[in-house]
Write a protein that binds this ligand. Structure first.
Ligand SMILES: Nc1ncnc2c1ncn2[C@@H]1O[C@H](COP(=O)(O)OP(=O)(O)OP(=O)(O)O)[C@@H](O)[C@H]1O
Ligand SMILES: [Mg+2]
Length: 238
């Protein structure tokens, strides 16, 4: 079984060079976070990995099997119910299977509603169910926790872990949130510069149980991202 091999030499839009040289290999089932500020090129890189963007230089080798993408916005079909949104995807199964998958993530009551009738958090959950319903070998997640309220973030984080465990997929998750990256993935790369390249590529010391403990996430967060925030003789900087 193969994982994912990314060897990009560049991606430009017109004369604007967005991505420079970016390379990494993932083992099958490995979970990678792509960290970086807004506009750095995370969604662009995910589009290249997904195969929807072919206007780049370089090569991407994907694992055998299906690819599922959960976009930054849920992109559900507004004229279909949540269950229908899942059942229309080739390979996702019938309406009954869609309803039972939705029930597993707490959307049993909402499964026959249309997207506009449910909250953004519920739409996000449905979009994630739609992705895991096809049992993907490669799961691409674009900012899955952004603009959710704190309570929904916790539920969504649990659901993402469930989806990743259930599918065993190789995962690439774009996020600008470092704690979220530590809470969900095995390895974290940071994009920086113009054009963007990898400024770091680190394996998380947190195993899959440890990363569910917010205190352990905080410890690694401070060690990795705030090494300069301790002032000699004083407390930690705010
Ligand atoms: N189709 C396109 N045509 C022209 N420029 C584009 C296109 N797609 C992306 N860009 C540019 O590429 C850069 C990276 O955009 P991208 O959406 O990948 O960033 P991002 O890291 O996902 O940002 P965010 O965190 O806000 O989602 C931006 O400057 C954007 O304007
Ligand atoms: Mg983006």
């Amino acid at each position: 079984m193969s994982g994912l091999r990314v060897a990009i030499r560049g991606r430009s839009f017109g004369d604007k060079s967005v991505l420079g040289e970016i390379g990494f290999d993932l083992e099958p089932g490995e979970r990678l976070a792509l960290l970086g500020p807004s506009g750095i090129g995370k969604s662009t890189l995910l589009g290249i990995i997904a195969g929807t963007d072919t206007g780049f230089e370089g090569t991407v080798t994907r694992p055998d099997g299906r690819i599922a993408v959960v976009f930054q916005t849920p992109r559900l079909l507004p004229w279909r119910t949540l269950a229908e949104n899942i059942a229309v995807v080739p390979g996702a199964g019938d309406l009954d299977r869609a309803r039972s998958l939705l029930a597993e993530v707490g959307l049993g009551e909402a499964c026959d509603m249309h997207p506009e009738r449910v909250s953004l958090g519920m739409q996000r959950r449905a979009a994630l169910v739609r992705a895991l319903a096809v049992d993907p070998a490669l799961l691409l997640l674009d900012e899955p926790l952004v603009s959710l309220d704190p309570q929904s973030v916790g539920a969504m984080r649990d659901l993402l872990t469930f989806a990743m465990d259930r599918t065993g997929a190789t995962v690439v998750m774009a996020t600008h949130d470092r704690r979220e990256a530590l809470a969900l993935t095995d390895r974290i790369v940071e994009l920086g510069g113009t054009p963007a390249r990898l400024v770091s590529d680190r394996k998380s010391p947190l195993g899959r149980d440890a990363r569910r403990d917010p205190r352990q996430v905080d410890d690694v967060y401070r060690e990795w991202f705030e090494p300069d925030s301790f002032e000699p003789g004083g407390g930690a900087a705010a």
